[in-house]
Design a protein around this ligand. Sequence first.
Ligand code: NDP
Length: 249
Amino acid sequence: MTNLLQGKVALVTGASSGIGAAAALALAAEGAHVAVVARRSERLQELVQHIYEQGGKALPVVADVADEGQVSAMIQHVRSTLGRIDILVNNAGVMLLGQIDGANTEDWRRMIAINVMGLMYTTHAVLPTMKEQHGGHIVNISSVAGRIARAGSGVYNVTKWGVVAFSEALRQEVYKDNIRITVIEPGAVATELVDNITDEEAKQRQQEWLQGLTPLESEDIAAAIVYAVTQPARVSINEILIRPSQQDR
Ligand code: NDP
């Protein structure tokens, strides 16, 4: 522990696996009290235990970020239990790849509900707290897919592009309140993300593509998050694009 975030409260969505779990561990290792949010309660309990074993502090909160009522209750609960919210990591997301023609449009609704609406609801719910505190930091997880569109990824591109646009508009609106905004755009990271693709052909294509490179680890993205949120007050890291060394696009 280096305790750069001692006394701070962080909230990480999508913390039950992958990047979110690694980010929660890394923020806790810097001394933050971390509220970990996702739908899978057991996974959150295991993570919280792991964080306590490492000498950190964490609070599990089960919530579906696609449900505005649950998001609002989650923010109130964290605020009343931990007293404040200094850092929000909007990480919860799904990547339901597939061609546009013939797509199951339920996949589109899920991606937009979680990746876009979930991130926006959570941001909207946390801003009054950060404004009252005269400061805060919101880290939004977009993707290389938020900068480069490709066939078979159209609607995921829409959601991650949306995160980039929302983040820049938000930055312009809240910088005077000492709220910093960072967008992180990872390339391929070894997580459960691909397992949830419902289109079998798209899933197979993605798995084959991944076999051609050494993906990033969740800890690599967690390190970028910690870097962004531990800078001096004068420094606002707005965007970090981070690819595996062998990723082509
Ligand atoms: P994982 O599938 O491992 O993690 C996704 C997390 O999101 C899980 O904790 C899941 O928890 C949570 N989640 C999904 N839906 C909801 C919901 N409705 N409410 C609350 N939590 C939810 O994938 P990653 O760690 O890879 O993904 C994290 C983020 O990183 C995503 O936004 C993804 O788009 C982005 N990203 C990932 C890349 C990669 O290659 N892995 C590359 C670029 C960006 P639960 O199911 O328990 O609710």
